[in-house]
Design a protein around this ligand. Structure first.
Ligand code: PLP
Length: 405
């Protein structure tokens, strides 16, 4: 059994946390427990006595965690539990919950915290699906949202005073404009106004940024992206610092049934093991691509927090280990040229999503952010978003050079 010690590094936790060899067979990775229900010792008594996985935060911990305490896989499943334990360790939280998608994770967090009449501050630059969830779904249950520039703490403070929000929702870096929010500053503002701070850490991943250590109350992930890393699974997670909030989230996750499937948890865990080495390469390639674009005559503006002239560069350097692999830019020749370029690359695949080993290109206004059209979150029509993968970087730059023409 992997004996983890306090102070073990990120790479060690990614490979061993929640992933001790299976006590039944010695299998060195958690098996896919493709099962819905579990034999119980007696009526009202789960296998292993009274030690229900649900009672232990949905994850059976300690010796026998694979073989005891389960009753039904919507409530807890050993493979999902392994992923949850690993994600909690990587984000430095008390507990993680794994969901069927990033949107399911967001929905569970919002409905756990907010009640009709509550207000939420959201970024004025954010993933289109997040905006749609507030704008088209939760609004019908009486939760009101207010877009604010989260890269400007004073604007957030003023909005917090004006609206007295239950929740401040932040993405950093944002999707697709790579704005940077100062997590520590926003945590102070949130707590001073009685709100919780949730940070969508999808673009950074826990390898580059750990919001709970900076004062956030909850971290959200689309594990579909860097955590999974191979564009082969959709999933989400919430990681929290407070056991009471974790209990309430687990209650709703079980009650509403939004947990992720065992095979999806297994695939995600397989991706997580290599997160650190992948992210290092994503950062290197992202920086080189951003520099190339910044010096290209057909590019009007580059959004990458690693560039010294990015307005959030200093805050990003303070709170992130590296600047990531997401790069957006505005095409100097306008919307039509931006759209045309997205169809002309050889290695960058035209597609939504991000964070996989392969490079992707997309046109946010017509694709990922179409749902924000006409709203304060509308994105520029000449914007192109790149998810820079871990291919040979010279090949990637050549591909972009040819597509830009
Ligand atoms: C920043 C961000 N958060 C959340 C989501 C939603 O995640 P999922 O697609 O896994 O539901 C996405 C999806 O692209 C995203 O980019």
């Amino acid at each position: 059994m992997a004996q983890l010690e306090h102070g073990d590094g990120f790479e060690t936790l990614a490979i061993h946390a929640g992933q001790e060899p299976d006590p039944l067979t010695g299998a060195v990775v958690p098996p896919i427990y493709q099962v819905s229900t579990y034999k119980q010792d007696g009526v009202g008594g789960v296998r292993g006595g009274t030690r229900s996985a649900a009672d232990h935060g949905g994850v059976a911990t300690g010796p026998g965690r694979w073989v005891e305490g389960y009753e039904y896989s919507r409530t807890a499943n050993p493979t999902r539990g392994a992923l949850e334990e690993c994600l909690a360790a990587l984000e430095g939280g008390v507990r993680a919950l794994a969901f069927a998608s990033g949107m399911a994770a967001e929905d569970c967090l919002i409905r756990t915290i907010c009640r009709p009449g509550d207000h939420v501050l959201i970024p004025h630059d954010a993933y289109g699906g997040t905006f749609r969830l507030f704008d088209k779904v939760h609004v019908h249950w009486g939760v009101t949202y207010h877009p604010v520039p989260v890269s400007d703490p004073e604007s957030v403070r003023a909005a917090a005073t004006a609206f007295n929000p239950a929740l401040i929702w932040v993405e950093t870096p944002t999707n697709p404009l790579l704005s940077i929010a100062d997590i520590a500053a926003l945590a102070q503002i949130a707590h001073a106004s009685g709100a919780l701070l949730a940070v969508d850490n999808t673009f950074a991943s826990p390898y580059l940024q750990q919001p709970l250590a900076l004062g956030a109350d909850a971290v959200i992930h689309s594990t579909t992206k860097y955590l999974g890393g191979h564009s082969d699974v959709v999933g989400g997670a919430v990681v929290v610092a407070d056991a009471g909030l974790a209990e309430r989230l687990a209650f709703l996750q079980n009650a509403a049934g939004s947990a992720g499937a065992p095979f999806d948890a297994w695939l995600t865990l397989r991706g997580v093991k290599t997160l650190a080495v992948r992210m290092d390469r994503h950062c290197d390639n992202g920086a080189q691509v951003a520099m190339f674009l910044a010096n290209h005559s057909r590019v009007a503006q580059v959004y990458y927090p690693g560039l010294a002239d990015h307005p959030g560069h200093e805050v990003a350097a303070k709170q992130m280990r590296g600047f990531g692999g997401m790069v957006s830019f505005r095409h100097a020749d306008g919307e039509a040229a931006a759209v045309r370029m997205c169809g002309r690359t050889r290695l960058f695949t035209l597609g939504e999503s991000l964070g996989g080993v392969e490079s992707l290109i997309e046109h946010p206004a017509k694709m990922t952010h179409a749902s924000a059209a006409g709203s304060p979150l509308e994105v520029p029509a000449d914007l192109v978003r790149l998810s820079v993968g871990i291919e040979n970087c010279a090949d990637l730059i050549e591909d972009l050079r040819e597509a830009l023409g």
